[in-house]
Every structure is written in structure tokens, then in C-alpha cells.
Design a protein around this ligand. Structure first.
Ligand SMILES: C[S@@+](CC[C@H](N)C(=O)[O-])C[C@H]1O[C@@H](n2cnc3c(N)ncnc32)[C@H](O)[C@@H]1O
Length: 215
């Protein structure tokens, strides 16, 4: 009975997802172009994809966002080797980093935009990952994640009962909703509050300094 009334997901360890060509195609050619437009995501910032896996989304993010810096992070070295091959083949200017979303190997305020296509829903300790995302976001930066509906559509069985623990990241407030995604901004009190995060497709907070990777 107690389990039925549980409000937070059980801490199940991460289970890998299969490589599905049709899903990869949809992510590159449909999901990412649609998401960036639906949310009005700004171009030109420092962008981190959490759980980039085989790097399928990085080329599309590069094309859509024209970032000044694009980094893909994943905990799985074998997937990252595939990602590196893919990026070289497609000539995508992105960096690949091995690391855990719950202990991000980047300095504070290193990114203007952090994107997660579902990884945080499926790892144990998602609170720690959200805390890290807040830390590496510059003030005013955006965190884009899939909604529960989006996850339920993609992975109905695995997503049952899974929610992101937003209470552990009170600095993030929803600023844009776009069909299956939400954009949350770190911090409040910015002049463009309640509007598009950044007018004219530029990020005022993007100091174009090099990424500080923690050793
Ligand atoms: C749902 S897949 C997403 C893969 C890719 N972004 C995509 O959309 O096809 C989740 C990814 O998160 C990675 N992952 C799992 N646990 C992680 C962790 N603790 N930190 C970082 N990445 C993790 C997995 O290796 C996998 O590549």
C-alpha cells in the first residue's frame, strides 16, 4: 500500500536505451528543429547536452543554435567513442566530455543553455543532477528538458511514476512551454522576465570565455 502513495520515483539504476534508427532520425530532423523553434531558443550561446549518448542530437543542435561552444556529456565511454566518430564524419564543431550528470566536470556558470533529452528522468539521484545543472548555468541561463508527457509518449513503461524533483532546484522557473518541452531559467529579476529569454537571438549573459573544465 505504501508504494502506491509514493510521490517520488524509486531510485532505480539507469538502464541503457537501444539504438533505434527511426528514433535517431526523428530526433535530428523533427524533434530538435521543432523544439528550438517552439521554445524560441536563443542562438550563439554556450550549450551543454546532458546524456548526449551517440551524439545523434549534437549536429542538429549545432545547426539550429549556432552555439559559440557546444559540449556533449555522457557517462558511457563506448557511446562517446561513437559520438566522436559521428561528429568527425559530419564535421560538427562540438566537444565531447566523459562525465556524470550528478558531478558535472565544469566550472560554475559555464553554460548559457543546458539541454536534457530525458536522461535526468532515468537516473538515480536526479536531484543531484538538477543541482549540478543549476551550478553550471550562468545567471539567466536556460535549462531545457522534456515534459513528463513527452517521456510517456517515448517510453511509456519506463517513465511510469517518474518525475523530476524540481523542488531541489528552486532557482529554476519555467519561462517557456513548447508542446513537449519546457525551458526553465536560472534566477529571477532579469529585464526580459516573462518574455523570450533573449530578444534578437543573442544571449547577453554569454561571456565568450573558454569553458572551464574541472580537473
Ligand atoms: C535517454 S538516453 C539519451 C541519449 C541521447 N541524448 C538521445 O537522445 O538519443 C540517456 C543517455 O544518458 C546517459 N547517462 C546515463 N546515466 C548518466 C549519468 N549519470 N550522467 C550522464 N549521462 C548519463 C546514457 O549513457 C545515455 O546515453
Amino acid at each position: 500500500m505504501a508504494a502506491r502513495h509514493q510521490t517520488s520515483p524509486p531510485e532505480r539504476p539507469y538502464q541503457p536505451f537501444p539504438d533505434v534508427a527511426r528514433r535517431n532520425f526523428m530526433q535530428r530532423h523533427v524533434e530538435i528543429p521543432l523544439m528550438t523553434r517552439a521554445l524560441g531558443l536563443p542562438r550563439g550561446g554556450r550549450v551543454l547536452e546532458i546524456g548526449c549518448g551517440r551524439g545523434v542530437g549534437l549536429g542538429a543542435l549545432s545547426a539550429a543554435l549556432r552555439p559559440s561552444l557546444l559540449v556533449g556529456l555522457d557517462v558511457d565511454a563506448a557511446l562517446l567513442a561513437e559520438a566522436r566518430r559521428r561528429l568527425a564524419l559530419e564535421r560538427v564543431p562540438a566537444r565531447i566530455e566523459l562525465g556524470d550528470a550528478r558531478a558535472l566536470p565544469f566550472g560554475d556558470a559555464s553554460f548559457d543553455l543546458v539541454i536534457d533529452f530525458g536522461t535526468c528522468y532515468h537516473i538515480a539521484g536526479a536531484s543531484a543532477a538538477l543541482r549540478q545543472i543549476v551550478r553550471v548555468l550562468a545567471p539567466g541561463g536556460l535549462f531545457v528538458s522534456e515534459t513528463v508527457s513527452s517521456q510517456l509518449l517515448s517510453h511509456p513503461w519506463r517513465t511510469r511514476g517518474r518525475r523530476l524533483p524540481w523542488g531541489s532546484a528552486p532557482e529554476l522557473s519555467v519561462v517557456r512551454r513548447g508542446i513537449l518541452w519546457k525551458a526553465r531559467r536560472r534566477g529571477a529579476g532579469y529585464p526580459w522576465d516573462g518574455q523570450l529569454p533573449v530578444p534578437d537571438g543573442e544571449m547577453p549573459h554569454a561571456a565568450r570565455n573558454d569553458l572551464r573544465v574541472r580537473s
